[in-house]
Design a protein. Structure first.
Length: 198
């Protein structure tokens, strides 16, 4: 008679590391299945036993709330923005920034949309406060864009902080028909083509 393999905890993994690993495994599944995702499916994706999920999270709702909080975090995209080389041309810096922000918004929208459409209201039923605010997140992102504009501030019509807000407004309101390159082109050079010199 063969014995079942025993799942063992990863050696040296703290509860915080285990929690982060479970959330990372859960995020794409939550984006795909919403509240229909099972904790057993999440455990399989994380390579752990289902009981381990419940050593870290009180219940599935707490895990879903944690996934929503993770998806909304801006520190990762702020780090990406800070890693854009300032010696690149301004158009390249802004295109890289727009691509990073678009990817962040898509990740956030996928998780939030899947949870919302399947009836989950993050933290509301249990009265849990949601960390951070939209305003604080936008300020961090705006400051990061202003930092990218700073090397060219002398050529800007307005201070970098104001130009950053205009850029973000255009980025967040942009039509799906605009690529990030087109958005940056219109932002930097306007909608009217320059007249060719005779």
């Amino acid at each position: 008679m063969s014995e079942k393999p025993v799942r063992r905890r990863a050696p040296g993994m703290s509860p915080e590391e285990r929690r982060a690993m479970i959330i990372a495994a859960a995020l794409p599944l939550v984006a795909e299945y919403g509240t229909a995702v099972t904790t057993s499916k999440i455990a399989r994706a994380a390579g752990i036993g289902e009981a381990t999920v419940f050593r870290v999270f009180a219940d599935k709702d707490e895990l879903l709330d944690a996934c929503m909080v993770e998806a909304m975090r801006t520190d990762r995209v702020v780090t990406e923005l800070a890693s854009i080389p300032l010696d690149q041309p301004l158009a390249d810096r802004l295109t890289d920034a727009a691509d990073a922000l678009r990817a962040h918004l898509e990740r956030m929208g996928a998780v939030a949309g899947a949870l919302h459409s399947s009836g989950h209201r993050s933290g509301e039923r249990r009265g849990r406060p949601q960390p951070g605010s939209r305003e604080a997140s936008m300020e961090l992102i705006g400051d990061s864009i202003a930092d990218l504009l700073e090397p060219d501030e002398a050529a800007l019509r307005l201070p970098a902080a104001q130009v950053s807000k205009i850029f973000l407004g255009l980025l967040f309101a942009r039509s799906a028909v605009l690529s990030t390159g087109q958005l940056v082109e219109v932002f930097l050079h306007g909608a009217i083509k320059e007249k060719e010199s005779a």
